[in-house]
Design a protein around this ligand. Structure first.
Ligand code: SAM
Length: 263
């Protein structure tokens, strides 16, 4: 078993592609995971042990948590978020079935950001309005717990600090925010779409950079299905669906930001 088999397995399962120059890093992550699990005692013993990864479902799932890049933060791309708030979120929340998905939600900062803003618009919200899905079990466990290092408070604008509490070195998301957020494990490039026609908007920011064109298409097809008629797709400010996918989404501009309408 060579690392290229692991690369192909990871790619088929998650859409995340490790090119030749990143294979070494993939091997290191796999070795670290096997060491943390006590399967090898030193990362140098990884050769010959890689095959156990692909045979054991639990280990393969654990590997996904090690190889995905979970970088995120509260109120990331804040100007884009504020544009979304003014032009879409206020209307979405007026509809009792209006829901927003954070696809590739990582450790939860993006969905909690959307939830804090939603509550600032409609303080009486009680039902689930913001959904987060991710393929990484480890990232989702952090998200569900809603506890972060206290230093993350600096990313939260003054008017939203009332939705979190600082307890020693921990920042805790308050229950009223957690109540309107739901997290699920999900694979954006799976053959079957998890949600059909449910969301008024889908955030899909800083995820597709890790996908090949083929898997990007698959994820966009799934997200297209998960949106309601005329629903809006939100990518990171520097990302685009690409010309090949404009049969699914129509780009349009608000101020300096491009959003994508479901066709
Ligand atoms: C860099 S984070 C982006 C987090 C957040 N959207 C943001 O912009 O701050 C990318 C996330 O996508 C997730 N991801 C990667 N491939 C995925 C897949 N096939 N299905 C679901 N989530 C995936 C990773 O686990 C990771 O948490």
């Amino acid at each position: 078993m060579v690392i290229k088999n692991v690369r192909d397995f990871v790619y088929q399962l998650t859409g995340n592609y490790y090119s030749e120059d990143r294979l070494h890093s993939l091997k290191q992550k796999a070795a670290q995971m096997l060491k943390d699990k006590g399967i090898i005692s030193s990362v140098n013993e990884v050769d010959g042990k890689l095959e156990v990864l692909l045979r054991d479902k639990e280990l393969a799932d654990e590997l996904i948590s090690y190889i995905t890049i979970n970088e995120t933060s509260f109120f990331r791309h804040i100007d884009q978020i504020n544009t979304f708030k003014d032009h879409f979120l206020k209307d979405i929340l007026k509809n009792p079935t209006g829901k927003v998905l954070s696809a590739g939600c990582s450790t939860g900062e993006e969905p909690y950001t959307l939830a804090m803003i939603s509550l600032s618009i409609q303080p009486t919200l009680r039902n689930k309005r913001i959904f987060g899905i991710d393929i990484s079990t480890r990232a989702l466990n952090v998200a569900k717990k809603g506890e972060y290092p206290a230093r993350y408070e600096r990313y939260i604008p003054k008017e939203y600090k009332k939705y979190v509490e600082i307890d020693g070195r921990t920042l805790k998301i308050k229950d009223e925010v957690k109540k309107i957020v739901d997290f699920h494990k999900g694979n954006l490039v799976a053959s079957q779409c998890m949600y059909k026609g449910q969301f008024s908007a889908v955030f899909f920011r800083n995820v597709l950079i890790y996908f090949t064109e083929e898997k990007k298409r698959k994820a966009l097809e799934n997200l297209h299905k998960s949106l309601k008629k005329d629903g809006v797709l939100v990518l990171a400010p520097t990302e685009t669906v690409g010309i090949k996918n404009q049969d699914l989404f129509e780009p349009f501009k608000i101020g300096r930001f491009v959003f994508f309408r479901k066709k």
